[in-house]
Design a binder for this molecule. Sequence first.
Ligand code: USQ
Length: 391
Amino acid sequence: MKIIVLGGDGFIGWPLSLDLSKEGHEVYIIDNLTRRSIDKELNVSSLTPIKDLNSRLATWKRLTNHDINYVNINIDKDYEIFQNLLKEFRPDVIFHLAEYKSAPYSMRSAYHKIETVGHNINAANVILSSIIESEIETHLIHIGTMGVYGYSSMKNTYIPEGYIDVDINYENGFKEKRNILYPFNPGSIYHLSKSLDNLIFQFYAKNDNLQITDLHQGIVWGCQTDLTILHEDLINRFDYDGDYGTVLNRFIIQASLDYPLTVHGSGGQTRALINLKDTIKCLKIAMNNKHEKNNKVRIFNQLSETKTVKEIASIISHVSNTKIDNIKNPRNEDSENDLVAKNNSLIRLGLDPIMFNENEALGLLEIAHKYNKNCDISKIPSQPSWKNNNN
Ligand code: USQ
């Protein structure tokens, strides 16, 4: 297949691109390297030494004789270039992973709120309108987030896969049954931008009958895949900083440095998790199992399991003997919540998830130990605060 990976230099986009290329697909990466610019802005870098994209691609070619094309386009602005590329390349599939993806970063300041919402929703609109304009038949696969639903407690209920049947009782006595999107309740500007994406996808699916799959993903943990370990030049990102590091990977890196694990508050927050290798499997499952076009977006919950932050910390603390530090939570979130989310669709289509356990923690610790000399410890604390200054 001909496949565009938007955001193909990123944490998921890079190993995905290698995997698709290895399978013999013709892969075209579009990336404007924003994630690397943000590293410069925050004066931090991945724990693992990631090579520039051209060197990564040259090594891949040398090792496998597979070409991956790459162009630097800002998808939210350069829409004419993007449309011409679509007309020429005519992709069967477009993976959209070219979004700002950090909740703390999105809460830093007005600038970061504006950038996150502006880029993420413009990008979705540019991609979809360009698919129409270029008159191509393609399947758009986007990584969304479980976080669009928020994390309030949900005794006896669960998060369905995208849609829910409701009975509406109007004040005038009229009753109606509808199948609607499960209600959003985002807890950060980043999660808000992903909720807005959903409405954009719904509109284009309804109006233009485009084929769109949105994967509502949990927190990804892990670093390397079978292909990124082939050569040091292919190594994947491993973020630990207070903006872009996510909870499990951060705790691993902290443990490798004997830095007390930074549990926010009591650690009773329950979150959805998925291993990086499973994320890639799920993206390919979505690609290989197209759905009938029915003017609706197909939504899958992409998670393997749920765990509380304190459960994650306890596993890592146990294998590494690192202390746990319950610090003041910089976020505005419930101190505890239950989370039950259906993931039947991807399981039915073949996902056999890797669960996080002590063995997995030990494997990740090995990578962290190897590179932890690159860690700038001053970047570990999470600076952004959710609180309004007037509170
Ligand atoms: N947390 C800690 N200590 C830390 C870092 C985080 O206790 O050092 C807590 C947070 O307060 C939160 C939980 O861990 O309760 C998860 O935080 P996170 O930073 O790992 O994840 P989050 O901000 O929710 O967002 C991340 C990714 C995002 C993805 C999302 C999946 O940044 O791209 O969409 O995970 S989900 O959470 O399912 O929405």
